[in-house]
Design a protein around this ligand. Structure first.
Ligand code: 3PG
Length: 305
């Protein structure tokens, strides 16, 4: 059978090699589409039995071209790029690879924070993360890794997640808070790790950002869609001390940069999971999952049940 790896942002070559080994050892054929257009994807997917993607859009248009497709694995955590309803309607199993790239994203949170706290290394005196309070907005796999690293910096760690028990957070040395408003009010830095879905889209608004203490920082390594960008701009306009840092370039990036200068920072491309380690872990997990599904219907991480 044919397994297509289609990534606009290519995996490290060593990860592609690992994927190829897994696919070929199971007797399948690997097809690789890197930096392709949507039309390229539509053509390449036509005879694919399995598909591995990253944040690449797998919408109805793509699925309509995939007559033989049985399984899609998103090598990573967020699956908001895949039309789950359409996949379900076509009997296609969709899985993610939870946890495989979460350390990479969490490390980038601190890379970005140190850069901003040290004034972009511009020669002026900055400040330290030690004893600052970081509030983790959603305590999933990335959030947990952020907490672990934050403790190494000597930070106080708070978290809000209605789906995680207080006991689980406390067992990891994290202080749970009772509401998202409380999280923002008590955190020098809020690190966003909520997925993009119908209940979270545009949920981070001025009313929340206003609650940040003096010189508060909002850092988003999750999805641009969870921010209400107009509302964020209003908040940044009023609160001249607050900064916004994102590994996900907002739609209003140019306007924000022009209006707020160094108080905002965006990576040019989503870089959180772009390490060879994360590529190897997520890529190989994805390949193993596709192979296992094609073999006997293994679907532990199915997200469209
Ligand atoms: C994820 O959801 O796994 C991360 O946001 C990484 O996305 P990427 O594979 O597009 O880098």
């Amino acid at each position: 059978m044919k397994i297509l790896v289609a990534t606009e942002k290519p995996f490290a070559p060593v990860a592609v090699e690992g994927i190829k080994n897994v696919v070929e050892a199971a007797g399948h054929e690997l097809a690789l589409l890197e930096k392709g257009s949507k039309d390229d994807l539509k053509t390449a997917v036509a005879d694919a039995d399995g598909l591995i993607v990253r944040s690449d859009k797998v919408d109805k248009e793509v699925l309509d071209c995939a007559a033989k497709l049985k399984v899609v694995v998103r090598a990573g955590a967020g699956y908001d790029n895949i039309d789950l309803n359409e996949a379900t309607a076509k009997g296609i199993c969709v899985m993610n690879t939870p946890g495989q790239n979460s350390n990479a994203v969490a490390e980038l949170v601190f890379g970005l924070l140190v850069m901003v706290y040290r004034n972009y290394y511009n020669g002026t005196s900055g400040s330290e993360l030690k004893e600052k309070t970081i509030g983790i907005h959603a305590y999933g796999q990335v959030g947990r890794n952020v907490a672990r690293i934050a403790k190494g910096f000597g930070m106080n760690v708070l978290a809000f997640d209605p789906f995680v028990s207080n006991e689980d957070m406390e067992a990891e040395g994290v202080t749970p808070v009772g509401s998202v408003e409380e999280l923002y009010a008590k955190s020098d830095i809020v690190s966003l790790h909520i997925p993009a879905n119908d209940s979270t889209r545009k949920s981070v608004v001025k009313g929340l950002i206003d609650k940040l203490p003096n010189k508060g920082v909002l850092i988003n390594t999750a999805r641009k869609e969870v921010i209400d960008e107009d509302s964020l701009m209003e908040a940044l306009d009023v609160r001249r001390d607050v900064r916004y840092i994102a590994d996900v370039k907002p739609d209003l990036a140019d306007a924000m940069k022009e209006q707020f200068g160094d108080r905002v920072f965006f990576t040019p491309k989503k870089m959180g999971a772009q390490t060879s380690e994360a590529n190897i872990k997520a890529g190989i997990a994805a390949a193993e999952q596709v192979v296992a599904y094609l073999k006997d219907g293994w679907n532990k991480f199915q997200v469209n049940k």
